[in-house]
Design a protein around this ligand. Sequence first.
Ligand SMILES: Nc1ncnc2c1ncn2[C@@H]1O[C@H](COP(=O)(O)OP(=O)(O)OP(=O)(O)O)[C@@H](O)[C@H]1O
Ligand SMILES: Nc1ccn([C@@H]2O[C@H](COP(=O)(O)O)[C@@H](O)[C@H]2O)c(=O)n1
Length: 211
Amino acid sequence: MIIAVDGPAASGKGTIARALARHFGLPHLDTGLLYRAAALRLLRTGGNPASEEQAVAACDMTGIDFADPELKSEAAGGVASRISAYPAVRAALVERQRRFAEQPGGAVLDGRDIGTVIAPNADAKLFVTASPEVRARRRFDELERLGMPLPFADVLADIEARDARDRNRPTAPLAQAEDAYLLDTSSLGVEGAIAEAIAAVTAATATAAGR
Ligand SMILES: Nc1ncnc2c1ncn2[C@@H]1O[C@H](COP(=O)(O)OP(=O)(O)OP(=O)(O)O)[C@@H](O)[C@H]1O
Ligand SMILES: Nc1ccn([C@@H]2O[C@H](COP(=O)(O)O)[C@@H](O)[C@H]2O)c(=O)n1
């Protein structure tokens, strides 16, 4: 079973994807980490995010520590959102994601284009969202917990800028797949959001099995 979870920044899609993976006993890939890893490599090597060629070179994932807390920084997220608009960057990372999705037994992947580009034939698709203010509050709290605090106004402005870039890029923009279940977590806590996600995936797979 392949489960695709998409949505904008800090909507809670990673939290939901991890919970779905635990519940259904599937491996999970946070695809945003791939773009963040490329961005961090570019930043650390003094590369220029305005250069598509340099951004593609940074997509070599050899030796990347996916547990590096710097991957979660706003700096890495901001550059990731810029370089993810380059078609050649997306092309460099697509095969790794498709291989993960198509492994025997299935997988859960979360990102921006999983249900539309990476795994359009996924068995269940969720589009997780929340208002920009709610998402900014969650990110603000998360950055404080991680010891990387920023003013709330800066976090909200960053969320809005990232939404605009992710939704408006010509290649693989952030969009709800036609057959995705819309899960608005604005007024849901973590447990409520996870319960609704499990119910939606169970319903989607039961419907597919009955066809
Ligand atoms: N329903 C919820 N209610 C309150 N807090 C939540 C909820 N879902 C997630 N969070 C918290 O919000 C923060 C962002 O969640 P998460 O990392 O799951 O979002 P995301 O969409 O995967 O973010 P991104 O893709 O931008 O990294 C985390 O600190 C998480 O614990
Ligand atoms: N499938 C994806 C996943 C991520 N991106 C871009 O990476 C940025 C960081 O992602 P997070 O999920 O960790 O916030 C994000 O803003 C996207 O621009 C993507 O394009 N496709």
